[in-house]
Design a protein around this ligand. Structure first.
Ligand SMILES: *Cc1c(COP(=O)(O)O)cnc(C)c1O
Length: 369
């Protein structure tokens, strides 16, 4: 018997399924490979914060208890790190959940979000589940932000402007003065979500993670995650910083126990683990420079990055290169989903992973007919 009369909401027709980087085990099974390296999801190649791992081990005996619905210890640690109050912090099941909660809090059907394009696909997802419209604003040349075009795209229906800096997948970033110019130009009814998922990797002097604008009283949510430099993507913790009133609105749509107890203690330990963060930052900075020199040797153009991944133009046979890399056990992200069929995005891995990627890429380029 078919349930032909059970219809999902109309707006769900606009949703594209999320395409995650393929997991290692799947590629191993499909292709019968022993060695598979994943440079597709911008994970930390050094592994999780050891302090987070130890904290999880200590917490296992208390799994019969519900988590702290307020994530009080974790919020206190986050608030201290940024010099904000606990009431200005919300913690979530990954930053992905925060994007959904922000969408549920602020978007009605017919509202619009303005998003530089290409960027992180979850912003569109959040809008679509609420029946809101996405207004993409293309980057200008070299994937630089077009502030004037962003301002021009804002209408009376715009509720949210998303800014991802450093931007996934381009690696480009917004200068502090550009953020200030944009914020000052926006009408008072527009919330800015500033996604700093990769902020701990950014080293440009004029970079901002957006938090200073929260502190200055702008209607900004600074979004952060424990999935990238802290290396605990598997337990899912993200957070947002904003004014007390914005946070209390978002809390209305939050499930009580959204961040599980192991995730809370892992994140609270990871944020104190400055050694792991510093090592991860240094390794990434070195890997980034090494990749630049290798791409230049191979004659490939790439976009300078402030993050832990690089967008590189491999050529008009981009799909073949992506497929062949996969067959050799190297998972990267193909650019086609971002309208960039000549590009792949590669995560900066360990020196060994990076070297293997370059070796295989070099041989694929050399074997072109
Ligand atoms: C990875 C990522 C996030 C957050 O991921 P979670 O694992 O859900 O915390 C947010 N924004 C961007 C741009 C990302 O790349």
């Amino acid at each position: 018997m078919e349930n032909n009369h059970i219809n999902p909401r109309k707006t769900l027709e606009t949703i594209q399924p999320y395409s995650p980087g393929k997991p290692i085990w799947e590629v191993q099974e499909e292709l019968g490979l022993d060695r598979v390296i994943k440079l597709a999801s911008n994970e930390n190649p050094l592994g999780p914060s050891p302090k987070a791992v130890a904290a999880i081990q200590d917490g296992l005996a208390d799994l019969n208890r519900y988590p702290d619905a307020d994530a009080s210890h974790l919020k206190t640690a986050i608030a201290a790190q940024y010099g904000v109050t606990k009431e200005q912090v919300i913690t979530t099941n990954g930053a992905d959940e925060l994007i959904t909660l922000i969408s549920e809090t602020f978007l009605d059907p017919g509202d619009e979000i303005v998003v530089p394009s290409p960027s992180f696909s979850e912003y569109d997802f959040g809008a679509h589940i609420m029946g809101a419209a996405v207004v993409p604003v293309p980057f200008s040349t070299d994937f630089e932000y077009d502030i004037d075009a962003l301002i021009a795209a804002v209408t009376g229906n715009t509720k949210i402007v998303y800014l991802c800096s450093p931007n996934n997948p381009t690696g480009t970033y917004l200068k502090k003065a550009e953020v200030a110019r944009l914020l000052d130009a926006l009408p008072a009814h527009v919330l800015v979500v500033f996604d700093g998922a990769y902020s701990q990797y950014a080293d440009a002097e004029d970079y901002t993670n957006g938090v200073e604008f929260v502190q200055a009283g702008y209607p900004v949510v600074a979004l952060q995650t424990f999935s990238k430099i802290y290396g605990i993507a598997g337990v899912r913790v993200g957070y947002g910083l904003a004014s007390k009133s914005i946070i209390s609105s978002i809390l209305k749509v939050k499930e009580p126990f959204n961040v599980n107890s192991l995730a809370q203690i892992a994140a609270a330990a990871a944020i104190e683990d400055t050694e792991h963060v510093q090592n991860s930052y240094t390794a990434n900075r070195d890997g980034r420079e090494w990749f630049y020199s290798k791409f230049e040797e191979l004659g490939l153009s790439y976009t300078k990055t402030m993050a832990n991944f690089i967008l590189v133009e491999v050529g008009s046979d981009g799909e073949r290169i992506y497929d062949e890399l996969m067959k050799k056990g190297i998972i990267v992200r193909y650019g086609k989903t971002w309208g960039l069929p000549q590009h792949v995005r590669v995560t900066i891995g360990t020196p060994e992973e990076n070297a293997y990627f370059i070796e295989v890429l070099g041989s694929l380029l050399a074997s072109r007919v």
